[in-house]
Ligand binder design. Structure first.
Ligand SMILES: *[C@@H]1O[C@H](CO)[C@@H](O)[C@H](O)[C@H]1NC(C)=O
Ligand SMILES: *[C@@H]1O[C@H](CO)[C@@H](O)[C@H](O)[C@H]1NC(C)=O
Ligand SMILES: *[C@@H]1O[C@H](CO)[C@@H](O)[C@H](O)[C@H]1NC(C)=O
Ligand SMILES: *[C@@H]1O[C@H](CO)[C@@H](O)[C@H](O)[C@H]1NC(C)=O
Length: 467
């Protein structure tokens, strides 16, 4: 454990002692912090070893067999339908070892909804240098299968790479969304890129834009590494999540810039060991765990780390959202080194999430939320409630830890809202999160003892501490 955590433990013991908290609770919390540290100390190493050293397809002379979609009849003028050429090229490339499926640069390929199914040969590379564009008219979709555009499944050890663009041409879909116009029927729309039921997948350097709905879905996968991917859609495009992770484990998302009309990244049920590092988000709805628990369902997400992010003018910063009536849990989560720039709800847990035209009733069951750590988070908030822990009355949020959080609003009025949430803060916590320590909101803590302790600790320790 780092020195930082040890100091944290020391301060916590002393502060807790000063407040006369029962010893058992102190040790419970210390144990929890240790456990959290250990839980979150996972590496997404397996995939790095397997795929990090994948050489560019050009550099390997003779070793790779190239399958260029142009050789299979693709026209690449953005008008002619190149779907069949893509399917033929895929079938050949996929069944050949060490092959490259190539979408060459400088052209626009119109491709309609297609499933690309593996497993393919070893060391398969999907090289996208050109633009793949979707038909812009929703009528070109099979009404019974509106949810996919480019859908890849059952792959093992593949690399998606290139300087190309995947463009969903989503404008007509957005206009026909019930979020845009309440007289439209609520129906699903395609995800631009789906990678489903696959293992050891690397995705790098691609641009995914203007998706009909979600941009990039990773579902039922293990060991996925996404780097340098750019996602872009207008801030008012409905439900256009950037990267959506569902039922997947061991996923790393790194150096990605995402601007959309919904969550930049969303992580939902049956996902764990997810690392996000160096993420830019904006515009968008922030980085979210959830939603979970809709229609009384089970939602489970654990072991998620976001390290280093800049969120600019998003509606939320780091968010956990669950519906009333769900079950399951969200546990062992850390959001750290995050800069917020004019974010509406920088830190938010919302157990009353209700993204439905009908209002949602409170229920007695909920997805349980615990062991959530926020560390080194600073910047500006648009709303006064810079931190919001809105938890279920019957299933409280517990073990929320805040450390070096500093959120400001232009007019200086910032506060923390707590409902049925417990935890503690360490270091600078602004606005104060005392409402996590005292279930009775009217009780004000006696800060003098804390101050004495902190003075004592800072004298013996170079780390700046302040409660
Ligand atoms: C909403 O859709 C209805 C029916 O298609 C249309 O008449 C109306 O003009 C639309 N409203 C807006 C604001 O686009
Ligand atoms: C969530 O995942 C669990 C398996 O981990 C599954 O049993 C459950 O049905 C899933 N819930 C939903 C809503 O898909
Ligand atoms: C805190 O987070 C910011 C923003 O990501 C980062 O620049 C800074 O280095 C972090 N500070 C520490 C002590 O890690
Ligand atoms: C549900 O409970 C929360 C917390 O007690 C409360 O703020 C909210 O108004 C309730 N909502 C409904 C619809 O009763």
């Amino acid at each position: 454990m780092e020195k930082f955590s040890l100091v944290l433990l020391l301060v916590f013991v002393l502060v807790a002692a000063a407040h006369g908290v029962a010893e058992n609770n102190i040790y419970d919390d210390i144990a929890m912090l240790r456990e959290l540290d250990e839980d979150l100390n996972f590496g997404v190493t397996e995939i790095e070893e397997e795929l990090l050293e994948t050489p560019g397809w050009r550099s390997e002379r003779g070793g790779k067999t190239l399958f260029n979609v142009d050789s299979f009849g693709a026209v690449g003028d953005g008008v002619a339908d190149d779907t069949q050429a893509f399917v033929s090229a895929w079938n050949k490339a996929c069944s050949t070892p060490k092959s490259v499926f190539l979408v060459p640069a400088g052209r626009r390929y119109l491709v309609s909804a297609t499933r690309f199914i593996g497993p393919c040969g070893d060391k398969f590379i999907i090289q996208i240098d050109g633009t793949i564009v979707a038909p812009d008219d929703p009528k070109r979709w099979d009404p019974n299968n509106l949810r996919i555009w480019l859908d890849f499944s059952k792959l093992n050890k593949v690399v998606f790479q290139g300087s190309g663009v995947i463009d969903g041409s989503g404008r007509k879909w957005w206009d026909s969304s019930c979020k845009r116009n309440k007289s439209n029927p609520c129906r699903g729309a395609p995800t631009a890129l789906t990678i489903d039921s696959s293992t050891a997948v690397r995705v790098k350097d691609l641009t995914i834009q203007n998706s009909q709905q979600m941009h990039f879905v990773i579902s039922r996968c293990t060991s996925v590494r996404v780097t340098n991917v750019l996602v872009s859609a207008p801030g008012n495009s409905p439900n256009t999540d950037g990267i959506h992770i569902t039922a997947s484990t061991n996923v790393a998302i790194q150096n990605c810039k995402i601007g959309t009309g919904d969550d930049c990244i969303s992580i939902v049920n049956a996902s764990s060991a997810i690392k996000m590092k160096n993420i830019y988000c904006g515009p968008g709805h922030g980085i979210s765990i959830g939603s979970l628990g809709k229609d009384n369902s089970v939602g489970i997400v654990s072991k998620v780390v976001l390290d280093t992010a800049l969120l600019r003018e998003t509606t939320n910063g780091v968010r956990i959202k669950t519906w009333q009536g769900g079950s399951g849990y969200v546990r062992a989560i850390r959001f750290e080194n995050v800069q917020m720039d004019e974010v509406e709800n920088p830190i938010i847990i919302d157990q009353f999430y209700c993204d439905s035209p009908k209002s949602c009733q409170n229920q007695t069951s909920a997805v349980q939320i615990s062991q959530i750590m926020y560390r080194n988070i600073s910047g500006t908030t648009k709303s006064a409630k810079a931190m919001k822990f809105a938890c279920s009355d019957t299933v409280p949020c517990s073990h929320i830890v805040l450390s070096n959080v500093n959120l400001e609003k232009e007019d200086g009025t910032v506060e923390t809202y707590c409902n049925s949430a417990t935890g503690f803060g360490y270091g600078v916590v602004h606005p104060s999160a005392d409402c996590l320590r005292f279930s009775d909101k009217k009780t004000h803590p006696d800060n003098t003892k804390d101050t004495e302790l902190i003075t004592l600790i800072s004298r013996n320790n170079p780390i700046h501490t302040e409660l």
